[in-house]
Design a binder for this molecule. Sequence first.
Ligand code: DGL
Length: 261
Amino acid sequence: MKIGVFDSGLGGLVMTKAVFGPLGHYDFAYLGDTAYLPYGARSKEKIYERTRKGVDWLMRVKDAALVIIACNTASIAALQRIQREWLPANFPDRRVLGIVVPTIEEAADANNIGLIGTVSTVASGVYESELLKIAPNRRFRAVATPLLVPLIENGGDKYAKEIISDYLAPIADVETLVLGCTHYPVYKGLIRRILPRARIISQDEVLPPKLADYLRRHPEIEGRLSRGAGRFFGITDMTRGYIAAAEQLFGRAIEIERVDI
Ligand code: DGL
């Protein structure tokens, strides 16, 4: 059986590439719901419906024993409902994990914490409420940065410095900045240069050790994973920009299939 990774678009590929580092001997299936990208601007109900369909497809068609919802927006809108309602009724012996709580655990030791994410992620308030559960009395400020996903998906790097500097100006004094979107690791070097004194928490650095640790603690899941280093990449709408960005990310041509979910 495989490890499944679900995302709205390119961000999940960034995460998948990162987990190949320590866990590349397992078989992976990645699904990006590019037909509905960006999730950040969609309703909670639509994000839930698409995420549930994506997880179902990864489990049913690709035989995923474990699916990581790598997208923050989808983790916030859909993870709890999938875990509580859908999974027990459909695949009770499989697991679905999100990205928000592992990220917060990394940030929690700072006093003055900032977050950037999609409009939907910031408006949900979930990062703040989850953080305050494990670390009360922290100063927390979040800024929605809706231009970053379209910039990344469409190769707009040359505009990134000005836009990111402008977004970060009101929270430039944070001690730790959480990049609360799976697309943002693409700009982590730039963000580290813009805020050189802050600790930048980038999910491509958070997810691989957390997932490795999860598998160590869950032999009932780990024992079912096949180890052929197989890779499947699927997206729900084939766009030229996406393929180009994916190839730039991996530094080579990769085979990507269009799928219906
Ligand atoms: N990957 C999504 C996230 O982590 C953002 C992209 C989108 O808006 O679809 O929040």
